[in-house]
Design a protein. Structure first.
Length: 393
């Protein structure tokens, strides 16, 4: 093993703070005891703050994919139509999950360089006069491309089409890192997971559910057991689960929620925005191309950088991993080999970013990837200036 800390700068799982690691090691208690009930309530209440909602939040011992499936099987019926957006690998993958469980999923095609297109959604919904489309599936932040979609605009498009479909939003890679508002934005089911902005290991999937989604759940005919909201919600009111929860993960979650509360959600979001801007300054100085063509859609949790033609991203990432103990994200699906991704979310600060960008810059030189010098300098200059401005009020 190389000496020193590993920098886990893939776009999730993210670095886990020592406080959370320690909490994960807390001795397991009886999951039907009063202490367990307190733990569960603290987790559910804290998550409501992060999703900015008073609607019920559910926690599954699953990855994010499980929480995707839970959103669908609780609210829909076999054979229903859903409309998804091909923002990238994960947008397409949610549609595949829908197809695999027996829904008719239609994908609005995308070029993987832009967010969800509200005009295309409005057009498709307006043409659906019989209201056969029962749900619109959108990613707030597409992890494979580093692109953030405008959810209020998507909601506006659905409202302008006067269409009653449920709005389901995946905020797996924006939760606790990019501003997200479940209730204010009129989202019916939000789908989150533990391993990104929440600074936890993979292993928890999350749903936040609106009254309209709960109403839909009452008549859903999908066969299901583990994912059934109603039963879990009934047990959760007493602080329990209908099965054995992942107690260690709940300890970790309570600690990560405490850390987010101590820092303040607004400050957490501002920290992510500032570190993302510094990353973007580095990319511009290097003269490299962003995967996100529209600057307004460039994500505050992930930056995806296109590899200059003829150069191997896999070779470059292997080099920085071996030389600098730094993990960067691969290109996925259609953009495999064409880009690499820097995750800058979760437990992350100025010097971790400086180290990450230094590893990228040195790695590009060693791998012979054409770029201009000065990316790290540009990032540090921005970080320093923004601190000076904040200090001077
Ligand atoms: N949605 C998004 C936006 C993701 O980034 C991921 C995984 O990275 C998933 C869904 C799938 O989640 P999981 O791999 O935890 O099942």
């Amino acid at each position: 093993m190389p000496s020193g800390r590993h920098l886990l700068q893939i776009p999730g799982p993210t670095n886990i703070p020592d406080r959370v690691l320690k909490a994960l090691g807390t001795p397991i208690i009886d999951h039907r005891s009063p202490d367990a009930a307190q733990l569960v309530r603290a987790c559910l209440d804290g998550l409501q703050t992060i999703f900015r909602t008073q609607d019920p939040v559910l926690i599954y011992s699953s990855s994010g994919t499980g929480a995707w499936e839970a959103a669908l099987v609780n609210t829909l019926n076999p054979g229903d139509r859903v409309l998804a957006c091909e923002t990238g690998q994960f947008g397409a993958q949610w549609a595949t999950v829908a197809k695999n469980i027996g829904l008719r999923a239609e994908l609005i095609p995308g070029d993987w360089r832009h967010g969800a297109n509200p005009a295309a959604i409005a057009e498709r919904l307006s043409a659906d006069r019989e209201h056969e489309i029962r749900a619109v599936l959108v990613l707030h932040n597409e992890t494979s491309t580093g692109i953030t979609s405008d959810i209020p605009d998507v909601r506006g498009a659905m409202d302008s089409a006067r269409h009653p479909a449920l709005l389901m939003v995946d905020n797996i890679s924006s939760l606790a890192s990019i501003d997200y508002r479940h209730t204010e934005w009129g989202v019916d089911v939000s789908v989150g997971a533990s391993q990104k902005g929440l600074m936890l290991p993979p292993g928890l999937g999350i749903n936040a559910v609106s009254p309209k989604a709960l109403e839909a759940a009452r008549s859903s005919r999908f066969p299901k057991n583990y994912w059934r909201w109603q039963e879990i919600l009934e047990w959760n009111t007493k602080g329990f689960f209908p099965y054995t929860p992942a107690t260690a993960m709940l300890y970790g979650l309570r600690e990560s929620l405490a850390m987010l509360r101590e820092e303040g959600l607004e400050n957490v979001l501002a920290r992510h925005a500032r570190l993302a801007e510094a990353t973007r300054r580095a990319v511009c100085a290097w003269g490299l191309e962003f995967q996100a063509e529209n600057p307004a859609e460039r994500s505050n949790s992930i930056t995806a950088i296109r590899m200059p033609e003829g150069h191997s991203e896999a070779g470059f990432r292997a080099l920085v991993r071996e030389r600098f103990n730094l993990s960067l994200g691969a290109g996925l699906g259609k953009v495999a080999g064409k880009l690499f991704r820097i995750g800058h979310m979760g437990d992350f600060n100025d010097l971790m970013l400086a180290g990450t960008l230094s590893g990228v810059e040195m790695g590009m030189t060693l791998a012979g990837i054409p770029h201009r010098k000065g990316g790290v300098d540009a990032a540090l200059e921005y970080l320093t200036e923004s601190l000076a401005i904040a200090a001077n009020g």
